[in-house]
Structure formats: structure tokens, C-alpha cells
Design a protein around this ligand. Structure first.
Ligand SMILES: [Zn+2]
Length: 176
């Protein structure tokens, strides 16, 4: 009699555990694998988004690059290559070479991170709400590979009043 009662209980417990694991895997998949799709430019050019597994990104990026670009990390202020770079050129994504910022829009912010008042093109970057530290910030991603670049704040200079606060390690500078 006791065994007959225990069996459904045990089965119920296993189903509960299995469901929880399935849900966890699903959530992890959503966070780590960027959405496929494309970016449509104003001229209707189709730019296909890059989709790679975390293992592929790990094999291509350094440890710090992976941490910042794929895990939304932040490099230490004044530690990166470009916070004080005054040369003329274009900043592209370190992971996928997509063009992101022009040196003409770079300004001295005093923060220790390269700062720009606007992206090269409107479609160069994507925005995402980030509430990691309990308040809402706007995270900036490379539109092509969804790599984390930094955040945007509304205390920048004119003409936009915006400050795109980027990580040097997410960028690569191409001198003109
Ligand atoms: Zn990219």
C-alpha cells in the first residue's frame, strides 16, 4: 500500500525537476545566442546579423574581449587603448569589423572610456534596457553581432546631448 502511494509522488517529483531543468536551458539559450535576422539600412541594403556560439566567440576573442563583448563586462577606466586617442579615423567592432563611430564625433569626457556624441549611422548600433544595478541604463550593442559596446547617457555635448560611453576593448581603430 505504501509503495503504491510513494510511486506517483516520486514520479511527480522527477517531472518537476525535469521541467525546471528544461526551462533553465531555454533561458540560458536565449541569453547567450544572439537572435538571427538582418539590419535594414535606409537604402534598403540588407546586412545579415552574425550568429555564433559562445564556444566560437571564445576561440576568436581574448579573455577580456569575450568578457566585455559577450558577457557585457566593463574594462577598467583609463586602462583601454582609445580613451585618449586623438587620431582621425573610424572605430569598428572588435569582434566583427562593423563600422560604429567616426573620430569626428569623439570628445573628451574625462571618464577614462572613449566617448562619442553619436554613432556613425543610426543603424550601426542597437539599444537594450539594462537594469543590472537596480536602475535603468541603456546598453549599446553592435548592430551586426550584438556584441556589448557600453552604455549611452544623456549628459553629452551638442549637437545630440548624448554620451556614448564605450569600452576600448570592444572597438578597433582604423586610422585614416
Ligand atoms: Zn560586431
Amino acid at each position: 500500500m505504501k509503495i503504491k502511494l510513494l510511486f506517483p509522488l516520486a514520479m511527480g517529483f522527477f517531472v518537476f525537476i525535469a521541467c525546471n531543468q528544461a526551462q533553465h536551458t531555454h533561458q540560458t539559450g536565449e541569453t547567450n545566442v544572439p537572435e538571427s535576422g538582418f539590419i535594414l539600412t535606409p537604402k534598403k541594403d540588407t546586412i545579415w546579423k552574425i550568429q555564433k556560439s559562445p564556444e566560437d566567440w571564445k576561440s576568436e576573442l581574448s579573455e577580456l574581449e569575450y568578457h566585455v563583448l559577450r558577457e557585457a563586462g566593463t574594462e577598467r577606466a583609463f586602462s583601454g587603448e582609445y580613451w585618449d586617442n586623438k587620431k582621425k579615423g573610424t572605430y569598428v567592432c572588435r569582434a566583427c569589423d562593423f563600422e560604429l563611430f567616426d573620430s569626428k564625433t569623439k570628445f573628451k569626457s574625462g571618464t577614462g572610456w572613449p566617448s562619442f556624441y553619436k554613432p556613425l549611422k543610426k543603424y550601426s548600433v542597437a539599444e537594450k534596457t539594462d537594469s543590472k544595478f537596480g536602475w535603468n541604463r541603456v546598453e549599446i550593442l553592435c548592430a551586426k553581432c550584438d556584441g556589448h559596446l557600453g552604455h549611452v547617457f544623456d549628459d553629452g555635448p551638442q549637437p545630440t546631448g548624448l554620451r556614448y560611453c564605450m569600452n576600448s576593448v570592444s572597438l578597433k581603430f582604423i586610422e585614416k
